[in-house]
Write a protein that binds this ligand. Structure first.
Ligand SMILES: [Zn+2]
Ligand SMILES: [Zn+2]
Length: 218
């Protein structure tokens, strides 16, 4: 199964509607995706309605004091979601039955010691929105240091980028539980490529604008 584990929609700083994102995922030949908007599940709930046979995993991306973390598999947010303690989040998500993924860790490795002491379930080695391919190598190194499975995601903020990077999952099942078991057993691998430079450059601006401008601007 090919699953893009990191996708944004217009419910946070992405430009695509949920339908556009799902169409793009299908066109790219994905079997599933996780909608991982910043601190909201709204896009996921919408996507679940229009999944059209695609596996849609619940997810969200949270900013922690040790970097961005993807939480996958939970249909609820923690009570604190704006700038949470990293260790608390990893333990909370595990206790609730969800998975955590260290998102684009190669962008800032200053918190690596904390990642080693409190490991997420996987590391996003290939993030298609990385500015340079050397970040993928750095991500691989971080992943090896942690000794956890490596995954890939597009971090798409535009429908056209969905599926540029993805995770290959060895499973015949089509539920979150099947995905989760495969990941915990290390039966996952990243694949794909970096998105075109133009879309990678626009992402940083969108994120900053989303943080500072009224939501209706999007
Ligand atoms: Zn992020
Ligand atoms: Zn993201």
């Amino acid at each position: 199964m090919k699953i893009d584990l990191h996708v944004h929609t217009a419910y946070s700083d992405g430009s695509g509607t949920v339908r556009e994102v799902l169409q793009a995922a299908k066109a790219k030949g994905l079997d599933g995706l996780a909608i991982t908007d910043h601190a909201t599940l709204e896009g996921y709930f919408k996507a679940k309605q229009y999944s059209g046979g695609m596996l849609v995993l619940p997810g969200y991306e949270l900013s922690t004091d040790a970097g961005h973390v993807l939480v996958i598999g939970l249909e609820h947010l923690p009570s604190e979601k704006d700038f949470v303690n990293y260790e608390w989040l990893v333990k909370w998500a595990r206790g609730e039955g969800g998975l955590t993924v260290l998102a684009h860790p190669a962008l800032n490795t200053s918190k690596q010691g904390r990642w080693v002491d409190c490991k997420t379930d996987a590391v996003e080695v290939l993030n298609a929105s990385y500015p340079l391919s050397l970040f993928v190598k750095r991500g691989l190194k971080i992943c090896k240091t942690l000794g956890v499975p490596s995954v890939g995601g597009s971090d798409a903020h535009f429908p056209g980028s969905v599926g540029d990077a993805y995770t290959v999952v060895e499973t015949d099942g089509f539920r979150f539980e099947d995905f989760s078991r495969a990941l915990r057993n290390g039966r996952v691998a990243f694949n794909g490529r970096l998105s075109p430079v133009s879309s990678r450059l626009r992402i940083g601006f969108r994120y900053l604008a989303w943080k500072t401008l009224p939501q209706r601007a999007f």
